[in-house]
Design a protein around this ligand. Sequence first.
Ligand code: SF4
Length: 470
Amino acid sequence: MSEKSGAKELSPIDVYMLLPKTNCKKCGLENCMAFATKLVNREIALELCTPLLEKPYEKNYQKLCNMLKPPVKEVTVGTGDTTVKIGGKLVMYRHELAYFNPTAIAIDVTDEMPEEELLIRVKKTEGFSYTYIGKELKLNMIAVRSTSNEPEKFRSTVKKVVENTKLPLILCSFHPEVVEAGLTAASKTRPLIYAATKDNWKDMAELALTYNCPLAVFAPNDLKLLRSLAKTLMEYGVQDLVLDPGTFPNEGLTDTISNLTMIRRAACKRGDELLGFPIMGTPITAWTEHSDIAEVNMWNEAYLASILINRYADILIMHSIEGWVLLPTTILRQNIYTDPRKPVAVEPGIKVFGQPDENSPVMMTTNFALTYFTVASDIEQSGINCYLIVVDSEGLAVDSAVAGRKLTAEKVAEAIKQVKIEEKVKHKKLIIPGKAARLSGEIQELSGWEVLVGPRDSSEIPKFLQEKWQ
Ligand code: SF4
């Protein structure tokens, strides 16, 4: 089979040829070519071209659906507001387009856990929240594991979890009768069933079809078997699969990474539909090494999770609930799943901190999101009342923006005018970032404002103001 690269090879003209080509603007765009370009870039839904949904274009619509179908199927778990979408990947490498559907992270509970511990873990999972560059980082699912292998125990545990969270569930057991007991307690929530194996696949397939649930397939370190199970299950009628080739810590790490890479390569580069499903990683296996020191297990789990997020995992099951494990994991996920085609930027303009008056400091920074939120957080934490002018640097940080002429004295002078800061303060002093020092003279000349060169690091703003701001 030849290598191909999913979405990248699709050209706007291929798509355009199948559109109605009437330029009717019903999709909100100027013409069909503009719509085709956005479709190829995955920036618009096909269904927004309403004429295409009419009878005469039925065949074209079907062809377009097939052309735009991602090589990794998108699978949904759960229902309602907290539904999680996994997979739906169009490319193997992020820089080829962008990654969609960030890796979902599930935290485990077991049916042998004391009730109090179980409820605390569920609450902590649902309540985990951290704001990073203006985005809220959250955990996504609860994995309920049967360690007792007793159907009744599992049913009552799943019931308890369903009563206490809206997060989607993964029901984990290799025993179909145990999974079925769990499903009866979560029948309306479309959980992910974990997992079908070579020994139980038929019973698990029946459960997936009866309860209309996605099904994970587990074939540890055996891609041939995994592919063959996927084929069998699809022929049996189960269409929403998740592939788990096993996660092996320490000595097994090479196999783990290699398996995940081969699966994703087969789907994205060779169009192998049997491996074109979301992949599951289980960093929780770090705990099977049984270090006496819990922190060592947590550390191992954190690095396993980060490797798996980097190497194509669409869903993870984890055990650690500690912030120092989950924070770097969720931040890494956030960084990988930003769209590389778009700079991470905030709206330029004026931001007000506290209750500034006519004598308050006026500072300036760029609209790169990481820069802005770092500066904003340093200002907020020190309780400074001030104005911050955010200049449009096309999403670049201060030093890169100065070097690349995206932050110029002209832009700063124009921003001062546009935000009408002269109506808010009675002085004409602007504090610029230390990394933009070389623009100071020019800004002063063009704007007529006295420029004070501030610190290179925004954490030093409070000290700077104390010493220099009269
Ligand atoms: Fe073209 Fe469809 Fe948009 Fe009309 S709605 S302009 S036919 S893409």
